[in-house]
Each structure stands twice: as C-alpha cells, then as structure tokens.
Design a protein around this ligand. Sequence first.
Ligand SMILES: NC(=O)c1ccc[n+]([C@@H]2O[C@H](COP(=O)([O-])OP(=O)(O)OC[C@H]3O[C@@H](n4cnc5c(N)ncnc54)[C@H](O)[C@@H]3O)[C@@H](O)[C@H]2O)c1
Length: 249
Amino acid sequence: MQIEGKRALITGAAGGIGRAIAALYLRSGARLFLVDRDAARLDDVIGALAAEAPGRVDGCALDVTEEDAVHRMVSAAQESLGGIDVLVTSSGAISETEIEDMPLSEWRTILGANLDAVFLACRAVLPIMKRQGAGRIITISSQIGQRGAPRFTHYAAAKAGVIGFSKALAREAAPFGVLVNSIAPGPVLTSFNKNLRSETLDGTAAALPLGRAAEPEEIAGAALLLAASPHGDVFLGQTLGPNSGDVMP
Ligand SMILES: NC(=O)c1ccc[n+]([C@@H]2O[C@H](COP(=O)([O-])OP(=O)(O)OC[C@H]3O[C@@H](n4cnc5c(N)ncnc54)[C@H](O)[C@@H]3O)[C@@H](O)[C@H]2O)c1
C-alpha cells in the first residue's frame, strides 16, 4: 500500500492506537508529526520511532481541545513537514457514569475530548489540504457510537457525533480532493479502558463474536488502507469496523 513520502499528522500519538498507526505509517515510508498532551509518553514514542527512521519523526505536546493549541499544532506540522497529506485524530478520553449521576462538566469533558477536538483539528487542516488539492482525514470513532452502551451516554454521543461529522465533512471536502473516513474500533488492548469498572470489563472480550479484543496493531491496518493510494482512493464517508464482530452494520 503506497503512502511513501506522505506527510501525516497524528493526534493521540502517545496512546496505544495512535502509536501503532504512527509505527505502521513510518514503516510504510511516511513522515510524521505526532501530537499528544502527555509530553513524557510522547517523547518516548518520538524517540523510539526516530531511532528507526532518523529525520522522519517530529512532534509536540499540546491539548487538542484548545482552539489556539490546535492552530499552533497545524502551523508546526506544516512547518516541519512542508504540507499535510494525512490527518489521523486518535486522541480521546472515556469515563463511566450513569446518566442521573453525570454532572454537566463530565458530559462536556467527554464531548470536548472526543468531538470538539476532531472538529478543531479538521477545521484547521482542511485549508492546507484544499490548497494542495488532495488529502486524507481519518477520524477514530468507536463501536460504542454505533451500538451504544449503558453508562456511556456521553462517550456514545461523542463518537456517534464523530461518525456523523465525518460523513458530512466527506461530502463537503470531496470536491477538493480531500477524502474523509472514520474507523470505529471495538475493544482494543490499550490503557484507554483502565479506569472502567470491573463489571464492565469482565467478560466483554469473551462475549465478542471473535472471542477477543484487538491489539492496536490490528487497528492500524485500516488507517493505512484509508491513507494509501490507489487502495484508499474511493473510500469516502465510510466507517470501517475492526471490532471483533461486535457491530455488523
Ligand atoms: N481502546 C479501545 O478499546 C478503543 C475502542 C474504540 C475506540 N477507541 C478510540 O481510539 C482512540 C485511541 O484510543 P487508545 O486506545 O489508543 O487510548 P489511549 O488512552 O492509549 O490513547 C489516547 C491518547 O490520547 C491522548 N489525549 C487524550 N486527550 C487529549 C487531549 N485533549 N489532547 C491531546 N492528547 C489527548 C492521551 O494522552 C492518550 O495518549 C480514542 O479516540 C478512543 O476513543 C479506543
């Protein structure tokens, strides 16, 4: 799959899925600008990947829910890479609360981390891709945005929002050569779910049709397909589901 020489901006790159996508893109010949708010873990990721491919990995730590920070992110990526061919929005956050116990602040935090951040990054990157006449935007949503889950009304609303947003943007951006798609993983073995209740985690993987959760590397292939040419050239507004069979739309 051809992404040789493509310039990719990846948010949430210090996390399990973001890092796996970054590593696969790098092995496939891309140049990377990596972003996460966890500066220490991001440094580790940039250091490890840059050791494999010196001169092809850069990045900076910032909070992608902050409008000014997102503008700084896109300017820095543009300066470092000389353009942005691929945007992957992999940052995200989760918590678990019954709706009657959920303060508005928690609702807003989860909507901000999972939906506002995607809007801000896409809005800032799109003018660059339009000027280039080409680009790929890959949002990371979730199977919970498709099927729902008790105690995750906020997260489900945000991720369903990401899917709807990605379809609308796909239609808006297609005339400019910019292809927008989403990946909706099922359970993935990262530290993302570490604070969820044991009753939520116990038995979840075993109940999947495949009987197991995914490794982050098993999600990265979908992100490679959507960035690649010619393999990804006719995907627009799709929601790819590497989800161990949890959702079969
Ligand atoms: N792990 C799963 O089971 C699963 C399932 C479906 C979807 N997802 C989605 O996949 C994406 C990646 O998840 P993951 O499993 O790699 O989780 P992760 O916790 O390993 O990584 C998420 C990363 O996002 C970063 N981040 C969070 N908020 C940020 C902000 N405001 N600014 C900058 N960085 C921020 C975190 O520091 C972290 O490094 C998320 O959007 C998540 O919702 C995960």
